[in-house]
Design a protein around this ligand. Structure first.
Ligand SMILES: Cc1cc2nc3c(=O)[nH]c(=O)nc-3n(C[C@H](O)[C@H](O)[C@H](O)COP(=O)(O)O)c2cc1C
Length: 360
């Protein structure tokens, strides 16, 4: 077991090779948002309680009714077979062993049914990019529903792909052996990752598509990629059951607001009408505690999962999730809170910017 999930990143950098490591690690343009996502959590100060007699903390949580060991979800990540031959199946097994929940990317390299069959009952959600041919999207959604996926996650921040300079410099292409299983049917798998989607994806996605997906599937729809109060409100009005405060790990619009800064404004707009999750730069239990104190119901973890998978397959994913869970539990005891439900906003010292957002 590593003492820091970042050790897996250093290991992945050594073993994956420059171009593949950069594909996973990189962000858009100058990578300002990529870096701020991480540092923003660190700039928030905690205000721990003392003398409450709390010796252990329980981390169990629920998201859209699914019970999980900790409020830590596995974010959708494309092309996981690039990191390890076990790919998404390895991630699903590791997630299950940690009592977690996995969001499977639309660009999974393994079929949805195979992942579900190997997931040992762990709850799964399916992330959706709407394709221009809605028939193909409808088919993928029907397969997800049939295979027992419990929610759809509509990614809203990708009308076009952000420019990833690292991939351009490396002239990176997804190797022919690695195919997006559910885009292959359309005959033109994405090769130039970060630059081109073979023109399959629909840039004209709108709020009405939330209801379309809900009616099509009968599943709750989560909208991922919301950074503003007004958009969060509009998504809930349009039928979303949850929103994910996310800037796609800094891979889309560079200089987009970091998620730690955006979260309070979105929570303020949503209130108790829907669940709010957050991702981007979350690497420690204290980051998770701060996100929950701001009102997130759970966090999603992206790159650290890939580094765990690259290092040890599913076992690495389990170790990353377990390390983050233990780190959250430790932070909770040190703040003297016994359960996730007791984590309250006053545990974070409000910076002026956050006070203004909360009050507006
Ligand atoms: C290599 C890579 C591939 C990704 N693929 C997808 C995807 O297919 N769908 C999606 O909604 N988000 C995708 N994301 C964004 C993640 O779901 C998540 O928002 C982000 O990684 C969280 O930030 P973190 O990596 O700092 O934890 C991807 C991120 C990375 C790094």
């Amino acid at each position: 077991m590593s003492v820091d999930v970042r050790e897996f990143e250093r290991q992945a950098e050594r073993t994956l090779g420059r171009a593949i490591f950069d594909y996973f690690a990189g962000g858009a343009e100058r990578e300002v948002t990529l870096h701020r996502n991480v540092t923003a959590w660190g700039t928030l100060d905690l205000r721990p309680h003392v003398l409450r007699g709390i010796e252990t903390a329980g981390t169990s949580a629920t998201v859209l009714g699914a019970e999980i060991a900790a409020p830590i979800l596995v974010a959708p990540i494309a092309y996981q077979s690039l990191a390890h031959p076990d790919g998404e199946v390895g991630t699903a097994k590791g997630t299950a062993a940690a009592g977690g929940l996995m969001v499977v990317s639309s660009r999974t390299t393994m079929p949805l049914e195979e992942i579900a069959a190997e997931s040992q009952g762990a709850p799964l959600w399916f992330q959706v990019y709407l394709l221009k041919d809605r028939g193909w999207t409808a088919e993928a959604v029907a397969r997800a529903r049939e295979a027992g996926y419990r929610a759809l996650v509509l990614t809203a921040d990708t009308p076009i792909l952000g420019r990833r300079r690292r991939d351009e410099r490396n002239a990176f292409q997804i190797p022919p052996a690695v195919v997006a299983a559910h885009h292959r049917a359309v005959g033109s798998p994405s090769r130039l990752a970060g630059r081109d989607d073979g023109g399959l994806q629909d840039p004209s996605v709108k709020l009405e598509d939330i209801a379309w997906l809900g009616e099509l599937s009968g599943l709750p729809v989560v909208v991922k990629g919301v950074l503003r109060a007004d958009d969060a409100h509009a998504c809930i009005e349009a039928g979303a059951k949850a929103v994910v405060v996310s800037n796609h790990g800094g891979r889309q619009l560079d200089s987009a607001v970091s998620t730690a800064v955006a979260l309070p404004e979105v929570v303020g707009a949503v209130g108790n009408r829907a669940e709010v999750y957050v991702d981007g730069g979350i690497r420690e239990g204290t980051d998770i505690l701060k996100a929950l104190a701001f009102g997130a119901r759970a966090v999603l973890i992206g790159r650290p999962i890939v580094w765990g998978l690259a290092a040890l397959g599913g076992e690495g994913v389990r170790q990353v999730l377990e390390e983050l869970r233990a780190s959250l539990a430790r932070a909770m005891v040190l703040c003297q809170v016994a359960s996730v439900g007791e984590i309250s906003p006053d545990l974070v010292a409000r910076m002026r910017a956050n006070v203004r957002r909360l009050d507006s």
